[in-house]
Design a protein around this ligand. Structure first.
Ligand code: FAD
Length: 454
């Protein structure tokens, strides 16, 4: 039977905890990684129980619907997201290309507000070299990406990670761009205009390349989203898994012996132990630090779990009466070196998307103070913000996505994907696309295959 037919006919069953541990697989976490692992295992006929601490599926894919609509977690799928496209198609979840705006883009940099028409280089208040000036930040970045791709070659080459990949893993993103010829002023400009460069001084260039963080998202490339909310995909996957998922179930301990794994879980006021043949652990390492593991992890995994860093993100959403910037022929999305960093727009909602040190600074204020600061800076970017303001919402992510430092990914990855006895590991941080939804799905599929092929 075709896999798609299998998925359609996957019965929505209860999987009572009393079921024998022999053939059971416990999946820890109902984010995209856990949902993908559980789906593949259930489709293959395994008894699966998913333990999820929150009362909802999706983890870092979170759509806000009140007081207004906004994506509070992951925003866009890169066009190359094969697993996401496959699950969306199988579950009849509609994804749509995000439109590329033809309106002028606003910048507020070095105390100056100016606009740039799409496709034009613009006049930026930076001392760019004569070669860089006619390109503008998007052109400079596009040129460097082309150079970088030529330099790194196809990732499908055998031993790519251990050879070419390891070379890119020695440098931070900023050092890598510098090595490709970017001037100091161009680097400064890209810091504010390119996506995901808030931690470019410390993040491994390899992770930036792998994730496509710098290359996979608008305005550099087209991407897709689910118009009714990105959480529709994890919700559809969770609906298929039905009662196999136990919400409000926080894992406290993972123990294994030669012939079984035992997971200690807290549900409400009760603590109990669930036995299984295998475990797939999809917890971000920050969460895994709070779980007792017996016997302890091997050296590389233990080091990775205790030291892997994550990018903090603070998002402040400002609902306006209307998308008033459009009347001036301007798009809502903007780049600025004020407290707002990247400005995003969805309908009449403007958003300050802050990362790294900027996110920590935004987080340190009270909600009222945060809105006051965001509105004041939004007035500089999109004049009229105070007049048009209706209401605000916030979303703080202390650990939004993994942030590998130079020398970590290419060395750790081959060990991280190896199971420790009966326990397998997955999650965006253990994928070839770290920091992305597609990476999370890919890792869950990989862990399920490892179990099924044993
Ligand atoms: C602000 C933001 C913007 C992003 N933007 C994008 C984007 O535009 N494009 C993109 O591709 N990706 C983006 N991402 C990244 C993407 O959301 C993640 O890579 C992906 O969703 C991670 O999935 P996961 O299953 O690995 O982890 P998670 O989604 O974190 O799932 C782990 C689950 O484990 C649960 N859990 C934690 N501790 C326990 C415990 N002890 N017991 C039981 N359960 C537990 C958690 O509640 C959670 O549901 C963004 C993320 C954020 C936060």
């Amino acid at each position: 039977m075709l896999r798609r037919t299998f998925l359609k006919s996957l019965p929505i069953l209860a999987a009572p905890l009393a079921a024998k541990g022999r053939d059971r697989v416990i999946v820890i976490g109902a984010g995209l990684a856990g949902l993908a692992a559980a789906t593949e295992l259930a489709v293959a006929g395994r008894t699966v129980t998913v333990l999820e601490a929150l009362p909802r599926p999706g983890g870092r894919v979170l759509t806000m619907r009140t007081p207004f609509f906004a994506e509070a977690g992951a925003i866009a799928f890169a066009d190359t997201s094969a697993n996401a496209l496959r699950y969306a198609r199988d579950l009849h979840v509609e994804m749509k290309r995000l439109p590329v705006s033809k309106l002028t883009r606003v910048y507020y940099l070095r105390g100056r507000r100016f606009t740039v028409k799409p496709g034009e280089p613009g006049e930026f208040p930076y001392e760019l070299t004569p070669k860089e000036k006619p390109l503008g930040p998007d052109g400079i970045l596009a040129g460097m990406i082309a150079k970088l791709n030529a330099d790194l070659g196809p990732r499908t080459r055998p031993n790519w990670l251990q050879t070419v990949g390891r070379r890119a893993d020695r440098l931070t993103t900023i050092d890598f761009l510098r090595s490709l010829g970017a001037s100091a002023e161009a680097l400064e400009l890209l810091r504010w205009t390119a996506w995901y460069t808030a931690s470019a001084d410390t993040q491994s260039a390899l992770q930036t390349v792998l994730s496509g963080m710098m290359i996979g998202l608008p305005p550099q490339q087209t991407a897709s989203a689910i118009p009714v909310g990105n959480d529709t995909l994890p919700m559809a996957m969770a609906a298929k898994l039905g009662k196999r998922i136990r919400y409000g179930a926080t894992v406290k301990r993972i123990e294994q012996t030669k012939d079984k794994a035992r997971v200690t879980v807290r549900e409400g006021n009760s603590i109990h132990v669930v036995e299984a043949e295998r475990v797939v652990c999809t917890l971000p390492f920050t969460a895994l630090r709070d779980v007792e593991i017996k016997p302890g992890l091997s050296k590389v995994k233990a080091e990775a779990v205790s030291t892997l860093q994550y990018e903090p993100v603070t998002r402040v959403f400002l609902q306006m009466k209307t998308p008033y910037w459009e009347a001036a022929g301007e798009q809502g999305e903007a780049s600025t070196d004020t407290s707002l960093m990247q400005v995003l727009a969805t309908g009449p909602v403007l958003e300050a998307y802050t990362q790294g040190a900027g996110a920590l600074s935004m987080k340190s204020y009270s909600p009222e103070e945060r809105v006051r600061i965001a509105l004041n800076d939004m007035e500089l970017v999109h004049p009229g913000a105070h007049r048009e303001f209706v209401s605000a919402a916030h979303q703080i992510w202390d650990n939004a996505y993994s942030l590998y430092q130079p020398g970590q990914f290419s060395v750790w990855y081959p060990d991280l994907i190896k199971p420790e006895g009966r326990v397998h590991f997955a999650g965006e941080h253990i994928s070839t696309l770290p920091g992305t939804m597609e990476g999370a799905l890919e890792s869950g599929v990989r862990a399920a295959k490892d179990i099924l092929h044993q």
